[in-house]
Design a protein around this ligand. Structure first.
Ligand SMILES: Nc1nc2c(ncn2[C@@H]2O[C@H](COP(=O)(O)OP(=O)(O)OP(=O)(O)O)[C@@H](O)[C@H]2O)c(=O)[nH]1
Ligand SMILES: [Mg+2]
Length: 274
């Protein structure tokens, strides 16, 4: 039986220096090692460099495999994935990885192969068998562990690494939880995992191979603060107080703006479900 159709999303923001070999490697690897249909979609927004030009150039070499979506607005990594996941019907399985090549193609295929009877597989850098090349700075690892403790306290997800940029899900699952995806910044992954858990889906955490690449653009303080705010927001959505907080929306918008981070998408009242 051939492998299922696989749609892989790559969110990309100012990645002109890092994305080209990643696109080539994925297109070639999956062309050779995957018997099902493979589609790669790069989702860009607000790039001020030539990422679009680079993606276009590589797309000419792999016209059947590589496509792109471009948004002018600063919708963030989460916003880009929320848009990309609207294409879920192109695959039986839908995944995403970072544009910097932190996850090599063979490691992503491993995640796909581990799906089994689960609904979502998350790659993990914090399990015994994880293989990490060139680890993050001490500050970043510390921030990541504090973030993990807060997330565990709030949501009891029991996942060691919620932030790994490599995940894969079944199409039905994406379609079911999509209306509950609101967070546009890097806490998008928490939004997704919490929505999956509340909908009763099975999430499997699998050790993965990961390389921290040079050229990091993450502003640690600003990014951590935003992620904290977003996690509090996700927690409140599922609390009885949520409706009383509506008047604070303009303040929330102001804070995200001050932090130069994409603000959460406004949602209908159905936001509470999920
Ligand atoms: N479309 C889109 N993608 C983004 C945005 N911000 C980050 N990304 C992408 O999200 C992925 C993860 O971002 P990274 O900057 O690599 O984050 P990281 O891996 O935590 O940090 P570094 O690799 O150290 O920079 C990459 O593919 C980025 O290009 C954004 O605003 N819009
Ligand atoms: Mg990265």
């Amino acid at each position: 039986m051939p492998d299922p159709r696989l749609l892989l999303l790559i969110p990309a923001y100012n990645e002109e220096r890092r994305i080209e070999p990643v696109l080539r490697d994925y297109a070639q690897f999956f062309g050779k090692n995957y018997s099902g249909k493979f589609q790669l979609v790069v989702v860009l927004n607000g790039c001020t460099d030539n990422t679009l030009g680079v993606v276009r150039r590589v797309a000419v070499e792999f016209p059947a495999v590589l496509r792109m979506l471009e948004f002018k607005e600063p919708i963030g990594k989460g916003g880009a994935l929320i848009e990309g996941l609207k294409l879920a019907s192109f695959g039986d399985l839908i995944g995403y990885v970072d544009a910097d090549g932190a996850t090599p193609p063979h490691a992503f295929l491993e995640l796909v192969r581990h799906l089994g009877d689960a609904d979502c597989v998350v790659g993990s850098r914090w399990l015994l068998d994880s293989v990490i090349h060139q680890s993050q700075t001490g500050n970043r690892r510390f921030a990541s562990r504090v973030f993990h403790a807060i997330v565990q306290l709030f949501f009891r997800l029991n996942i060691h690494d919620t932030q790994c940029g490599a995940k894969v899900m079944k199409r039905e699952v994406v379609e079911k939880v999509h209306p509950f995806l609101r967070i546009a910044d890097m806490a998008f992954d928490i939004n997704l995992l919490v929505a999956l858990k509340r909908a009763g889906y099975r999430i499997r955490e699998v050790p993965t191979e990961w390389t921290d690449k040079a050229g990091s653009k993450v502003a640690l303080f600003r990014s951590s603060l935003t992620m904290f705010l977003s996690v509090v927001r996700i927690r409140l959505i599922y609390s009885p107080f949520y409706k009383w907080l509506r008047p604070l929306r303009p303040l929330e918008g102001w804070i995200y703006k001050k932090l130069h981070q994409p603000r959460p998408l406004p949602g209908p009242d159905s936001e509470k479900r999920g």
